[in-house]
Write a protein that binds this ligand. Structure first.
Ligand code: NAD
Length: 493
């Protein structure tokens, strides 16, 4: 009998009022059931929001350094439990164990970082234009925050939202993706064990429509932070607009790696392999387009295809495996659909292209790492996010054309350039239309103390991680103290 996991509301583990559950199964092995999780409904959401609203009254008054001390202990707890959490994450999400260790580490880094913010949360003081008057700004929390998160970074992304929100003095309700609720259970358990007061963090599991919708629309929710597809992001933006809720959206990508004729090709091949096939291509920052200078195009492709053939696909718990499965049947079907479309559009298949079957492969959603060469800008796989291990390779004839091609997308998350030419590197830093840019490194690999997010249809102007995340979870209050003892009128006296 599979273990039954409950919702976490007001410091207690409780069943959904629906009386229903859903099953969480390992995408690499259908025999491995992680457990039953609550199929929650609107009543559960209302309970969680009421608990968060109540807890907000005292949490916002706790001195930020004290909140920071609690987060510091949560980080220590995550660190102590890192291996178990990472093993469970590989089982529920499928990505290989070295990557889930990285995912957990990202949550640890973010928690330590935001714990430290408890002793900063800087505002500013600035001179007044009047005599004997003092001007300053302070950050203020907003209240209850709703978080809707995806499955590809099951603990890192929740922590990117939770930790800055908590240090600013907000309280939270989170709905994890239905494919990866256990990782957020682990996050809640760390908070519970280390003394985060009841009601400050709450978790409600279940579907986007049933649980996500009331989380966005409830009148007591002041901030909605969503990471997921651009399609669902549009729904979230619409739902939050009528009440002018603060809305932070992190959405899709169609990231490009550019390889110039002066690049170190071995390094660029390694970067492309890691960028395109790490996390089975299921990263918002995954390299899904590769633009290679015509002078090195054939050689680069040959080197890349040789390396791809050596990648081992399988169950990510095995340390020797390079690439795990797709997250679920739908995602596998999507990947196979795009492989079909690319073939029909005239893409030249140079690696992979098939579902992996036979033996243990039949228990999971495995597909070969796939590369299409000679992709042109009118083809579907040039334009649409696939979110799987499919790389589209195109030729350019100059650095300028590479930049033009890189920017030819509605998305704007991440890009990378391999070159030894410092002038081109700086020109690209200026002209590339993305929120994240790498020189001589792959499109993936963000660090927690730099802003994370995208431009164009990837985001709505906010950033996660770093100090920039504090702007999502606090509002500025400007304060003027006049100690002159007389009426002073700015702009008039
Ligand atoms: P998704 O949009 O399908 O789901 C994301 C979350 O939204 C899930 O928790 C889901 O249950 C919920 N949801 C679905 N429909 C909803 C609705 N109608 N109302 C409210 N909530 C709803 O995305 P996914 O498949 O989980 O993740 C993949 C997508 O996420 C990709 O497009 C990827 O690029 C994007 N992503 C972006 C970033 C980033 O930081 N930019 C990071 C990771 C993933």
């Amino acid at each position: 009998m599979a273990e039954v996991f409950k919702n976490f509301i007001n410091g207690k583990w409780v069943e959904s009022k629906s009386g229903e559950t859903f099953t969480n199964v390992n995408p690499a092995n259908s025999d491995d059931v992680l457990g039953e999780f609550q199929k929650s409904n609107e009543d559960d959401v209302n309970d969680a929001i009421a608990a968060a609203a109540d807890a907000y009254k005292s949490w916002r008054l706790m001195p930020a350094p004290k909140r920071g001390e609690i987060l510091y202990r949560v980080a220590n707890r995550l660190l102590a439990d890192k291996e178990r959490i990472s093993q469970e994450m590989t089982r529920e999400m499928g990505k290989v164990i070295k990557e889930t260790r990285g995912d957990t580490q990202e949550a640890i880094d973010m928690t330590y970082y935001m714990a430290g913010e408890g002793r900063r949360l800087y505002g500013m003081t600035t001179p007044s234009e009047m005599e004997s008057k003092f001007n300053m700004t302070i950050r203020q929390p907003l209240g209850v925050c709703s978080f809707i998160t995806p499955w590809n970074f099951p603990i890192a992304i929740p922590s990117w939202k939770m930790m800055p929100a908590l240090i600013c003095g907000n309280t939270i309700v989170i709905k994890p993706a239905t494919d990866t609720p256990l990782s957020v259970v682990n996050l809640m358990k760390a908070c519970e064990a280390e003394g985060v007061p009841a009601g400050v963090v709450n978790m409600v599991t279940g579907s986007g429509g049933t649980v996500g919708t009331p989380m966005m629309k409830h009148k007591d929710v002041k901030v909605v932070s969503f990471t997921g597809s651009t399609e669902v992001g549009r729904i979230v933006a619409g739902a939050c607009a009528p009440n002018f809720k603060h809305t932070c959206l992190e959405m899709g990508g169609k990231n490009v790696q550019m390889v110039m004729d002066d690049a170190k090709l071995e390094l660029a091949v390694e970067g492309a392999l890691w960028g395109a096939f790490g996390t089975t291509g299921q990263r918002c920052t995954a390299t899904s387009r590769l633009v290679v200078h015509e002078k090195v195009y054939d050689k680069f492709l040959e080197m890349l295809v040789e390396k791809v053939a050596k990648l081992k696909v399988g169950n990510g718990l095995d340390e020797s495996i390079d690439m795990g499965p797709c997250i679920n049947q739908d995602q596998l079907d999507t990947v196979l659909k795009y492989i079909d479309i690319a073939t029909k559009d005239g893409g030249r298949l140079v690696a992979g292209g098939k579902r992996l079957t036979g033996g243990d492969y039949d228990k999971g959603f495995f597909v070969q790492p796939t590369i299409f060469a000679d992709i042109t800008q009118d083809m579907t796989i040039w334009k649409e996010e696939i979110f799987g291990p499919v790389l589209a390779v195109s030729k350019c004839n100059s650095f300028e054309q590479a930049i033009e091609m890189a920017n030819d997308t509605v998305y704007g998350l991440s890009a990378s350039l391999y070159t030894q030419n410092v002038n081109n590197a700086y020109t690209a830093m200026r002209d590339i239309e993305t929120g994240i840019f790498y020189v001589n490194a792959p499109t993936i690999g963000a660090e927690t103390h730099l802003p994370f997010g995208g431009v164009k249809e990837t985001g709505n102007g906010h950033r996660e991680a770093s100090e920039a995340a504090l702007d999502v979870y606090s509002e500025w209050k400007s304060i003027y103290v006049d100690y002159s003892g007389k009426l002073q009128r700015p702009q008039i006296d």
